[in-house]
Design a protein around this ligand. Structure first.
Ligand SMILES: NC(=O)c1ccc[n+]([C@@H]2O[C@H](COP(=O)([O-])OP(=O)(O)OC[C@H]3O[C@@H](n4cnc5c(N)ncnc54)[C@H](OP(=O)(O)O)[C@@H]3O)[C@@H](O)[C@H]2O)c1
Length: 327
């Protein structure tokens, strides 16, 4: 496992980290045993950064992480998120009182004295135009409740606005073979500001594992079933916002570009790691086998320049019209 700086923080994070949404909820049934095994397997490979949120299974994901970390001595950084408990989810809700309450709850769930990293959880765009929100986060830092803060964004423009605040030390954004726009401009700006980039939804919700087919079905409580059109939250979080059939066609076009013996999921993660601006990639894993396979991407050979070009062309031809100007 290779490690990278997370922006200007002191954290040196495994370049392949762990996305803990699926072990909370919204991805069909994942048992506690599988969730714990997935986390343990990831940590055993050298993963030292976990991304979660207070709303994943209403705290289940955070509590499972606490359970696993209790028995380990290695330093593992846990990034959580705040904001999505708001009902309704509106910019006005991102105030000092609410943020403090959310942080206090995550402190209890994670059983720690201070949170390593708190990210605003895809707030309404308006929040990025409210300096008082970031002042509130500064206050939580001064109070010792959080060590660092950052943002998780839907849109590139939100990311660019967010890094104008000096306290923002990380940006989590969707970046994968099907969502390439962050690399156009934002990555350079983030590097100049020395802000860490956490690449989420790296497998386009599993599409980029190459295992899905036209007749693949999902459980009713899996967002890949109920959020196909964005009924529950931003449709960009489900298959990266790429229509399922279009994604399957692009996956077939990608297949001949893979080096022999490299599973598509590992190729997809390695492709993301070719971008130096990225601090870490946070694939979700529902079991130990997936967690180990994902971690192995760190040791896969670099993607050849000619292949990078062919992937860029594939994106332009098949995917760009569906996503590029939406996020
Ligand atoms: N708003 C936000 O801030 C936000 C939104 C979304 C995600 N996130 C974060 O980003 C993380 C990653 O994104 P994600 O979980 O949505 O999507 P993802 O990482 O693109 O896809 C994860 C899914 O792909 C499948 N998979 C994983 N590893 C695999 C492997 N080696 N081979 C084959 N299939 C594999 C699993 O589902 P199946 O086996 O069922 O196919 C898994 O649940 C989340 O866990 C969360 O921490 C944050």
């Amino acid at each position: 496992m290779q490690y990278r700086r997370l922006g200007r923080t002191e954290m040196r994070v495994s370049e392949v980290a762990f996305g803990a949404w699926a072990i909370g909820a919204d991805w069909g049934d994942v048992s506690d045993d599988d969730a714990v095994a997935a986390l343990e397997a990831a940590l055993d490979t050298g993963v030292n950064f976990i991304d979660t949120a207070d709303v994943y299974g209403d705290g289940r994901s955070e509590r499972l992480i606490a359970r696993v970390l209790k028995d380990r001595t290695d330093r593992v950084f846990v990034a959580t998120k705040a904001g999505r408990r708001l009902r309704p989810h509106v910019a006005e809700g991102y105030n000092e009182a609410n943020l403090t309450a959310f942080v206090e709850r995550s402190l209890r769930n994670l059983e720690v004295e201070a949170l390593d990293l708190v990210q605003l959880h895809c707030p309404p765009t308006e929040v990025y135009y409210r300096p008082e929100v970031f002042a509130a986060l500064d206050g939580l830092k001064q109070a010792g409740k959080i060590l660092h803060y950052g943002v998780s964004v839907e849109k590139v423009e939100e990311a660019i606005k967010a890094i104008g605040y000096p306290g923002v030390e990380s940006v989590q954004i969707i970046f994968n073979i099907f969502r390439q726009r962050p690399a156009e401009l934002f990555f350079r700006l983030a590097e100049e500001a020395d802000v860490g980039i956490i690449a989420r939804v790296p497998l386009a919700s599993g599409l980029l594992s190459g295992r899905m087919r036209h007749d693949t079905t999902f459980a009713a409580d899996d967002h890949r079933q109920y959020n196909r059109t964005g009924a529950a939250f931003d449709v960009g979080e489900t298959f990266g916002g790429v229509p399922f059939d279009v994604g399957l066609e692009a996956v077939e076009a990608l297949r001949p570009l893979l080096p022999p013996d490299l599973p598509m999921a590992q190729f997809a993660l390695r492709w993301i790691l070719m971008f130096d601006a990225v601090s870490c990639v946070i694939p979700g894993a529902k079991n130990a086998v997936q967690a180990r396979a994902n971690a192995a991407a760190s040791d896969a050979p670099p993607v050849e320049a000619a292949t990078m070009t062919r992937v860029a062309k594939l994106y332009e031809a098949l995917i760009h019209p569906h996503v590029h100007h939406r996020w």
